[in-house]
Design a protein around this ligand. Structure first.
Ligand SMILES: [Fe+2]
Ligand SMILES: [Fe+2]
Length: 280
């Protein structure tokens, strides 16, 4: 079982930041802002999925998972809270979160379903965030070049913790007897939905920003998505690995995440592994 530490980040997200906070680059700013908009709804869903999965376990298995589940819930709840502050600033820039309400409506369709469905969806999203996180941590100097220091810290801290808790939902799904066919089916569906939503919200942010049809926007998108250090090139292999029968999230590299947490210990204070009670 992974030991998941909840950390309080020592940054003030209530003080304003610049509209194009990511190095003055409209594309990178709009892309990260889009992802941030998905977190309050998405991470609440992950918390609920993991809590409900935990409740469905037999008592012996609950004892094995209790600390890890509490750490997972604490980490995701902290991410939600900070991204909520971040998103409040985006609203002041006139940006509109369309992703959150759309995701909420879609996820409501799962109410009453077997808790393993929500866990498989969570495990799929967690794989996405974990491989995105490793890419970002490894290429932070290019991808977050010139970024507002507080937001750089927020993204890298969030990434490190995503990498850290990448196995929790997957292990719960397995412990509840979740099968391989549904695990892959949900990963396929989550891939399409996640990519579609990311593109739609990024484009919506750029349109409201008035920078959608600028050459620099598309040049930056091409470079950061498809270039040598780009997202697609570095995450395609790890994305595909999820379909392997012997796949486990712990097989994914987490060296960059560990290194960031070690080097940046001055940016946060650990608040312990038991921040939020998990019902029995
Ligand atoms: Fe998170
Ligand atoms: Fe997560």
């Amino acid at each position: 079982m992974a030991e998941l530490v909840v950390r309080r980040l020592l940054i003030d997200l209530e003080a304003p930041f610049a509209r194009h906070w990511c190095g003055g680059d409209p594309f990178r700013t709009a892309f990260f802002n889009a992802l941030s908009m998905s977190f309050p709804v998405g991470e609440q869903f992950f918390i609920d999925a993991v809590r409900n999965g935990f409740k469905a376990l037999a008592p012996e298995a609950q004892a094995r998972f209790r600390d890890e589940v509490q750490g997972f819930v604490g980490q995701e709840a902290t991410h939600r809270r900070l991204h909520g502050l971040y998103n409040a600033q985006l609203e002041r820039f006139g940006l509109v979160n369309e992703w959150g309400p759309r995701a909420q409506a879609r996820l409501a369709l799962l109410e009453g379903a077997d808790p393993r469905h929500a866990l498989a969806i969570t495990a799929a999203n967690e794989h996405f965030t974990a491989i995105f996180a490793e890419w970002l941590l490894r290429h932070a100097d290019a991808v977050l070049e010139g970024a507002e220091p507080r937001l750089r810290t927020l993204w890298l801290w969030h990434s490190a913790e995503e990498s850290e808790h990448r196995s929790t939902a997957f292990d719960l799904y397995r412990a509840l007897g979740g099968n391989e066919a549904w695990r892959r089916t949900w990963f396929r569906r989550v891939t399409l939905i996640f990519l579609g939503d990311t593109i739609r919200q990024t484009v919506a942010n750029l349109r409201r920003d008035g920078t959608l049809w600028q050459w620099r926007t598309w040049r930056s998108a091409a470079r950061h998505l498809f270039g040598r250090q780009g997202l697609v090139r570095h995450t395609f292999g790890p994305w595909r690995a999820y379909f392997r029968r012997d796949f486990h999230p712990a097989q994914q590299d987490d060296a960059a995440s560990r290194a960031w947490l070690a080097v940046n210990a001055g940016q946060y204070t650990p608040v312990g592994a038991r921040p939020a009670p998990v019902p029995d």
